[in-house]
Design a protein around this ligand. Structure first.
Ligand code: PGA
Length: 252
């Protein structure tokens, strides 16, 4: 019932020519495959170039970040309406690199989620524990806390438009992937948290992605889990062949 979703988070990589070529290869593949839903998240400066390539292709466009204000004196920031205006349907919010490198906190992330929803975007809200938190047995408490705090301002009506991504911090860019059982355990717990916070219907509709060192060789097992509805792919999304091999594993 939930359509699988595979998102490429290009992070701060690629220059225009390679970004356009990668988007072209993904668009070409997507024209021939109805599953999964694919979304590309290029750096802000290449959103329009990639949007142009994706214009007639069944591939969504997402941004990697957003500022939670409609407009004003926020030098260097980008509003939700600007993202929608250049063709974005999705935006990644609360990525662990922004939490760790830029000090983003749950309250601020929550404002981004609300601002994105108000502008008609679908936030891809990332949560995940640090290695030391997992070792101390705090995983469940940490990710539930991140989820509940970020969703404080999100109404029941808007909840089904959310996408969640469970990204254990120790698995991001490290080559150390969570086991399928670890991903399933946390993601099932996130879904039951949604059920308690909202209702069963919303909880069943929200897609929960796994992210953190997803590669073609480990994607099939992760994506076969009942609460893993897709993948948020970083490093492996920078090569079309690798990204599309992952995509091919994500069928309903
Ligand atoms: P990775 O990144 O696939 O390179 O581990 C995932 C992410 O940070 O979204």
């Amino acid at each position: 019932m939930r359509r699988p979703l595979v998102v490429g988070n290009w992070k701060m990589n690629l220059l225009r020519r390679d970004a356009v070529a990668l988007a072209r290869a993904v668009a070409e593949w997507a024209r021939r495959h109805s599953q999964p839903e694919l979304v590309l998240c290029p750096p802000f400066v290449y959103l329009e170039a990639v949007a142009e390539v994706l214009r007639d292709a069944p591939v969504g466009l997402g941004a990697q970040n957003v500022y939670p204000q409609a407009g004003g004196a926020y030098t260097g920031e980008i509003s939700p309406a600007m993202l929608a205006d250049v063709g974005c349907r999705y935006v990644i919010v609360g990525h662990s690199e922004r939490r760790q490198l830029l000090g983003e906190q749950d309250e601020f992330i929550g404002r981004k989620v609300v601002a994105a929803l108000e502008a008609g975007l679908q936030p891809i809200l990332c949560v995940g524990e640090l290695l030391k938190q997992r070792e101390r047995g705090e995983t469940q408490e940490v990710v539930r806390g991140q989820l509940v705090q970020a969703l404080q301002g999100v109404s029941e009506a808007a909840a089904s438009r959310l996408v969640l991504a469970y990204e254990p911090v120790w698995a991001i860019g490290t080559g150390r992937v969570a086991t399928a059982a670890q991903a399933q355990e946390v993601q099932a717990d996130l879904r039951s948290t949604l059920r308690m916070r909202y209702n069963a219907t919303a909880a069943e509709q929200v897609r929960i992605l796994y992210g953190g060192s997803v590669k073609a060789e480990n994607a099939a097992e992760l994506l076969a889990q009942p609460d893993v509805d897709g993948a948020l792919v970083g490093g492996a999304s920078l090569r079309a062949d690798e990204f599309l091999r992952i995509a091919a594993c994500a069928v309903a």
